[in-house]
Design a protein around this ligand. Structure first.
Ligand SMILES: C[C@@H](O)[C@H](N)C(=O)O
Ligand SMILES: C[C@@H](O)[C@H](N)C(=O)O
Lengths: 159, 159
């Protein structure tokens, strides 16, 4: 599995927005991203987990830091029809990704990534995956430590 | 933005596992995927959102349907040290993805995808993204309807 990881990347330009308890019914996700698309706000990560009670769930996404205030304004102005209970906006996070083109399975690569972060006491706030990539959001204060630890674990140390 | 989407793909071989309320502290994610890697269980999607209370959060991931029972056994046998409150295992879901190589932003493409699903009354259970892809989990009964709707919305209709 070690040979599978081809690189580690990161993005500092991430601000995290979480809409708590959006109704879990068809159309809600579209109603959140419609106004953002209309305002030409670029969204990067989108993460939603299954609803814990079949009624509502949390929706998290990231925007560029310079778009954070505008994003909050757009969402607050649509608060009535979106129906979220709270909006949590936070800078100070970075996205760190592990790229593995041959990853048939994420298990081993993910475990190594999570272990490398855990060994430095770095808490994982958000996780998303695609077939060739595992991305996490962590506190920006830990970026350099995370990158060094991941490079070591995957044998990618640069001279 | 329309020109950006190059395809729609899907995977039927997905079984969803959710560990409710895992402790939100460094090392927990590694302790979940360690035993799965040791059991050579292939994991596909991994989705975790931020903790609603800074104490615990839900962790969802998918495995091949033939691995579902074994996965549940492995996790139940580690229930003590993993500390989750519940384990929810479910077949009957499919992954549908929209691929866009030039996607600088997910906003417009995501909104169209979510709207195409909403227009057919299809509820989105889970969402994850990478730079070139947006994936959702939906009820398998809606697969054909979802694919047709997405092909139409992105002008990918096949003859
Ligand atoms: C929460 C949101 O994703 C909702 N389930 C929808 O389909 O739009
Ligand atoms: C929940 C889990 O991701 C935890 N925050 C960790 O870092 O392992």
């Amino acid at each position: 599995e070690k040979a599978v990881v081809s690189g580690v990347t990161y993005s500092r330009d991430e601000a995290k927005i979480t809409l708590r308890k959006v109704p879990d019914r068809p159309g809600v996700a579209a109603s959140i991203f419609g106004p953002l698309a209309d305002s030409a706000i670029n969204v990067d990560m989108i993460v939603q987990n299954i609803s814990p009670d079949t009624k509502s769930t949390d929706m998290t996404f990231t925007v560029g830091r310079s778009d954070l205030d505008r994003t909050v304004q757009v969402l607050e102005s649509h608060r009535e029809d979106l129906g979220f209970s709270d909006l949590v906006a936070e800078e100070g996070v970075v996205k760190v990704s592990v790229i593995g083109v041959g990853m048939r399975s994420h298990t081993g690569v993910a475990q190594q990534m999570f272990q490398a972060l855990a060994s430095k006491g770095i808490n994982i706030q958000v996780i998303t995956t695609s077939e060739i990539k595992i991305s996490v959001l962590i506190d920006e204060a830990y970026l350099e430590l995370a990158l060094r630890s991941l490079h070591t674990v995957y044998g990618l140390d640069v001279t």
